[in-house]
Ligand binder design. Structure first.
Ligand code: SAH
Length: 367
């Protein structure tokens, strides 16, 4: 593992990441393998090694002739994610990894092990173009979209480390994936949908992680929310609301000037109707900005009676931010208002804070 002092940020060149097995569905993999002059069914065998057994060592793929293994590995399994560094906390059960991509762009993923589940928080873009003023990733702007394989390989890397017993707590599996790292997933829509298929479809197509354990978080790109409802992917949709009124939300989530609170929530209820999945409403509590009792009441007015769950996130102040988290009293009052109105609510834990691996803290370029 490189030492922090060795970290070099190279300006990313244009150009697509090299093609990878996980950019392709099983039929396209067979075609790609056949084009190498190797029997098409070898694609399924390699896929089972990569995604089922999580083996990245061709020497272990003994059901294929050695020269076919290396031909396929060279053509379809280029290294996409190079670890720059990994930092852990919580006695090794929270691990943040900074990855360098082929063009020098940096992204981060976080693995969080809890009793009975492991959640991976992954990135869908290098940087982000949504410009939310309280979010560390938003400050640096968008570098580029990730490819489907660059997204899915973050999960594969975590799954492999867990399977090999490299994470504190012994061998395990990834049960949950949240698109809450860097980037706005619905701004990289078709690629994120491909990555979702690689994550939820069983081997040899994908990793076989239950769609019920996967959450896509969005600022509220309304047309894409409606499109996602029709993909037949029963993943959880999380909406980063952060304010119940347009006047404030226009400033906290600038895309609100295009898609208003009412439209975003209408698309969220459409998603719930279509998928029967409870929509998650993300709300970062910011002291004296969005944590007033009247805003809690207004939020309850919007959500009461809906298939919804509110996730309150104590703000993680970004460096130089003028904002701080709400006081414990204001947080409790906010929770009580929602509870009294019958709106399900929890306060999210702030795992990974000390390693800048917590919600909204991922900003690889400032590492
Ligand atoms: N672009 C997606 C994913 C972003 S990160 C989205 O906006 O939903 C996931 C969550 O972390 C979002 O709800 C985001 O608003 C929140 N977040 C960002 N910065 C934060 C901060 N400093 N403190 C608390 N939550 C933050």
């Amino acid at each position: 593992m490189p030492r922090p002092g060795e970290l070099v940020f190279e300006a990313p060149a244009r150009g697509r990441p090299p093609r990878h097995l996980l950019d392709l569905d099983p039929a396209a993999r067979r075609e790609a393998v056949a084009a190498l002059g190797v029997p098409a069914y070898r694609a399924d065998q390699v896929s089972r090694h990569w995604l089922g057994r999580l083996s990245n060592d061709p020497a272990e793929w003994t059901d294929l002739p050695a020269e076919q293994r290396s031909m396929i590995a060279e053509a379809l399994l280029p290294p996409l994610l190079t670890p720059v560094r990994a930092i852990d906390c919580d006695a090794g059960t929270t691990v943040k990894t900074v990855w360098r991509l082929h063009d020098g762009a940096l992204v981060e993923s976080v693995l969080m092990r809890y009793p009975g589940r492991v959640t991976m928080c992954i990135s869908s873009q290098a940087g982000c173009g949504m410009n939310c003023p309280f979010c560390a990733t938003g400050q640096a702007g968008l570098t580029r979209n990730l490819s489907a394989a660059e997204i899915a390989e973050q999960v594969v890397a975590g799954a492999r480390a867990l399977a090999r017993g490299e994470i504190a707590g012994g061998p395990g599996r990834v049960s949950n994936v949240v698109f809450m790292g860097m980037g706005e997933p619905l701004a990289n829509y078709s690629t994120v949908v491909s990555a979702l298929r690689r994550i939820v479809e069983p081997a040899p197509s994908g990793l076989g992680i239950s769609a019920r354990g996967v959450t896509v978080s969005t600022v509220g790109l309304v047309p894409r929310m409606r499109q996602l409802a029709d993909e037949g992917l029963p993943v959880t949709l999380a909406v980063s609301l952060h304010a119940p009124d347009d006047a404030l939300r226009d400033t906290l989530v600038p895309i609100n000037t295009r898609y208003k609170v009412a439209e975003v929530l209408d698309a969220a209820w459409g998603y719930a109707d279509r998928t029967h999945r409870r929509v998650s409403i993300e709300y970062a509590l910011i002291k004296d900005i969005n944590d007033q009792a009247w805003r809690a009441d207004l939020l309850a007015d919007l959500l009461v009676g809906r298939l919804v769950h509110v996730n309150l996130i104590p703000l993680n102040p970004t460096p130089g931010s003028k904002w701080t988290a709400s006081t414990p009293e204001d947080e409790r009052a906010f929770v009580r208002t929602l509870e009294r109105r019958g709106v399900p609510v929890t306060v999210r834990d702030t795992r990974g804070r000390e390693i800048d691996g917590a919600c909204g803290q991922l900003a690889a370029t400032s590492a």
